[in-house]
Design a binder for this molecule. Structure first.
Ligand SMILES: Cc1ncc(COP(=O)(O)O)c(C=O)c1O
Length: 770
């Protein structure tokens, strides 16, 4: 551009004559680009555009093709047709004296006045605009061009790439606002875009490019941002601009949408993603402006839309996505899917009437969930929540491959394990293949509790003993025996407060606040030896040791290296069986290994798995060694009506497919270490964080009031969880002191989610009351 300024006007005039045979008056048009008005006779006007060599020739070719296509379809709008030069080329190359090059294009003059100057905005014009836009989209849907398959700064499908710029916005309230709008975009629009109709779109129908005259849209300028996109992005961009500075922005949008829908009817999904896309566009505007401000805060053209975009974002922030879609569709018969069923007070009343009162409900203000998708849950208002809690929907809520596998098998066959069918053995072989030898015999049941119960029976039959060692603060299930084996329960509210005589509790291998805190010795081995010390106090011979490989409810504890090796040595020396409960953490969550116990270089005698195994379908498994399985075949049959049924096996298989195909274990490792790094950086900034720990996508954040005394900050942890929920992020607290924030999301979480959560935690920790 700098070079182009130096091209004298007489040379430009000469160019017009030589290349186009046109004589006339030249006038430089305002704006960043080098555009000139060329008037050759009264009423005969052209635009001459000069650009550097940076504009790819194929993009100009794309513009040319689009406009010609629209003209030949008789679109009836005045468009900036590119006029070929005397040699028949749509561009004229100009060699400058200093060796630089310019490219010139001559365009037909477009009728009308830019909408922003015309001062018209009645419903007729809005509807006309909608209809015109839809005609353009409908016409362009039959065109394709390789250059359109590109992305650029304003590509609405790539708005997420601007999300990290939120950190550059200084005002915390504005950061909060744009964070939420980006979140709505990412959760409610992005996942649906691939399935929507795509076509080449103009992608920049703003009020400077739309030309109006006599209350009608008569022309459209500037095809430079055109690209192949979900077609609905056209309307979203147009609405994001048209709704700026309106007293009733959604009514403005609704009028344009009504006109559009008349010509190119929207699908329900297109209507559903429209508001989130508008949010994405407004976010892009303010995020790009924030970034640009760090480069040149006084640039004349960079901030023209910014303050109006903030204003609109602020006004839209009070709306839920379904409510916004409802308002945008006010004048058409298509309506967004509304939450059905009872409202929250009604559901609470019915739960009280019909459901056992021992159940708790998450959050001060309960959430009514109506849909799940990937890493998101949606409430009845369509509000998205990033789910950082649900390790059950391991490969993502409602993963289509898992859903299809379950539906397909349900429609084909569901029976029990007393018949032969391929699904059982195929799944068992595949599952056993994920475990080290000699763990290769599978039993299938329906819940983690049932699986742990069965594991106990296997071990007891094998050893002929019934005394057990368990880890302090552990939880293993809801049956009487498992409650008796879960210190989290029997020591917790409503519990007996002491173990049964056959239950022996060993210390939790907690490197942060456990009994060996601050000691120089190898703490893993020390905690392992503590297992031996407890065995020495037990009079009866022990049946075995039941332990979670990583402690969940105990507070996201990662046992120190060497712990299980030493503990297993003691157990086996005493003739006991080692059971590892992987119900919370198995199936690649730990990142480094498929099974978390593998991190410790041990092989248990029995592995118990549940939760993620069926991505939410109730199933669980126990895998053991041949000798233990054979000892269990003592004459009494083991049968579970539903365990291992073909539907469960098909679902389990599909979960393994997704983990493999989407490389989720590696993803957990990489994203988990990025998350961990971010949490550690927060710890440096916030005294309240006492400890950060985790592996893969199993992470914990322990809050304390004092880093020396480790006084737990339990109310603060709960408050932080509530505040994050208010911002659309689901977390929970746990640990014996209720001060650990647990992070164990569906494994399809992405980097933008993690960065958003880190930014939000940073903001909230800064203002968290003591
Ligand atoms: C480690 C562990 N084991 C077992 C269970 C019991 O599983 P379920 O609720 O499927 O019976 C749980 C459930 O939270 C668990 O966290």
């Amino acid at each position: 551009m700098v070079i182009a300024h130096s091209l004298p006007e007489d040379e430009i005039a000469a160019l017009c004559v030589q290349a186009y045979g046109l004589h006339g008056e030249l006038e430089r048009l305002p704006g960043e680009n080098l555009n000139y008005l060329l008037s050759t006779a009264p009423g005969e006007r052209y635009i001459l555009k000069l650009a550097g060599d940076e504009l790819p020739a194929d993009v100009i070719q794309l513009e040319y093709m689009m406009i010609e296509h629209l003209v030949s379809a008789g679109i009836g709008l005045s468009l900036p047709r590119i006029l070929p030069n005397r040699d028949g080329h749509i561009e004229t190359r100009v060699d400058l004296a200093d060796g630089m090059k310019l490219r010139a294009r001559l365009l037909e003059f477009v009728d009308g006045a830019p909408w922003c100057q015309a001062g018209e905005s009645g419903p007729d014009l809005l509807r006309d605009f909608g209809r015109r836009l839809a005609e353009i989209d409908r016409t362009l849907s039959s065109l394709d061009h390789p250059a359109a398959h590109r992305s650029h700064r304003w590509d609405l499908t790539a708005a997420n790439t601007h999300r990290e710029k939120v950190a550059l916005i200084e005002d915390p309230e504005r950061r909060r606002l744009v964070e939420r709008a980006f979140h709505v975009y990412a959760a409610c629009a992005l996942p649906h875009l691939p399935e929507l109709p795509h076509s080449i779109i103009h992608s920049d129908a703003n009020d400077e490019n739309v030309m109006v005259e006599g209350g009608r849209v008569v022309g459209l300028l500037d095809f430079a941002d055109s690209l192949y996109n979900p077609t609905i992005c056209e309307l979203a961009v147009a609405l994001a601009y048209a709704m700026l500075e309106r007293t009733e922005p959604l009514e403005t949008g609704a009028q344009i949408l009504a006109g559009y829908h008349e010509v190119r009817p929207l699908s329900p999904t297109e209507l559903q993603v429209l508001f989130p896309l508008i949010s994405g566009r407004l976010c892009t505007t303010v995020a790009v402006a924030a970034e640009r401000r760090t480069i040149d805060p006084d640039h004349p053209n960079w901030y023209v839309t910014e303050s109006r975009a903030w204003d609109l974002l602020e006004r839209l922030a009070i709306l839920h996505p379904v409510q916004a879609a409802d308002m945008l569709s006010a004048h058409i018969d298509l309506k967004p899917e509304q939450g059905s069923g009872s409202d929250i007070p009604g559901l609470l009343r019915d739960r009280k009437a019909y459901i056992g009162p021992s159940l708790s409900i998450a959050y001060r203000e309960p959430l009514k969930m109506v849909r799940g998708l990937g890493q998101y849950l949606f409430d009845s208002e369509g509000e998205p929540y990033l789910d950082l809690v649900n390790n059950v929907c391991h490969v993502g809520h409602c993963h289509p491959h898992v859903v299809a596998a379950g539906q397909g098998q349900m429609a084909r066959l569901n029976t029990n394990t007393r018949y032969l069918y391929d699904e059982l053995t195929a799944y068992a072989a595949r599952l056993a293949g994920t475990l080290p030898d000699p763990l290769d015999v599978c039993f299938f049941v329906n819940s983690g509790s049932e699986a742990n119960e069965l594991a106990l029976r296997l071990a007891e039959t094998y050893t002929g003993r019934s005394d057990w060692l368990v880890v302090d603060n552990a939880y293993h299930g809801n049956t009487s025996r498992l409650v008796a084996l879960s210190p989290y329960k029997f020591m917790g509210p409503g519990g007996k407060g002491q173990p049964e005589p056959w239950v022996h509790v060993v210390p939790m291998p907690d490197g942060y606040r456990g009994i060996y805190r601050g000691q120089d010795r190898q703490v893993g081995e020390a905690y392992g030896d503590a297992v031996g010390e407890v065995i020495a106090t037990v009079e009866a011979p022990i049946a075995g040791f039941l332990a979670e490989s990583l402690a969940g409810v105990g507070g996201q504890i990662i046992p120190p290296p060497g712990y299980f090796r030493r503990a297993f040595e003691h157990i086996r020396a005493a003739g006991g069986v080692c059971i590892i409960d992987e119900v919370q953490v198995g199936f690649g969550r730990a990142g480094t290994h498929f099974w978390a116990f593998e991190q410790q270089g041990v092989v248990p005698d029995i592995v118990v798995m549940g939760k993620p195994i069926g991505n939410g379908h109730p199933m669980a498994a126990v895998v053991t060694t041949r000798p233990i399985a054979e000892a269990f075949a003592s004459g009494m049959e083991f049968f579970s009506t539903f365990g291992g049924n073909p539907v469960s096996c098909a679902i389990g298989m599909a979960v393994l497919d997704v983990i493999e195909q989407e490389d989720l274990q590696r993803h957990a490792l990489e994203l988990g270490s990025h998350f961990l790094d971010g949490l550690r950086a927060l710890k440096v900034r916030h005294e309240r964080i006492g400890d950060v720990r985790g592996t893969g996508l199993f992470l914990g954040l322990e809050l304390v009031r004092d880093r020396v005394t480790l006084e737990p900050a339990a109310p603060e942890a709960s408050e932080l969880v509530e505040r994050m929920k208010a911002r659309g992020v689901l977390l929970s607290t746990d640990g014996p002191l209720h001060n650990v924030i647990k992070i164990k999301p569906p494994m399809v979480l992405d980097r933008q989610d993690v960065d958003m959560v880190l930014r939000m935690l940073d903001d909230e920790l800064r203002i968290l009351p003591a």
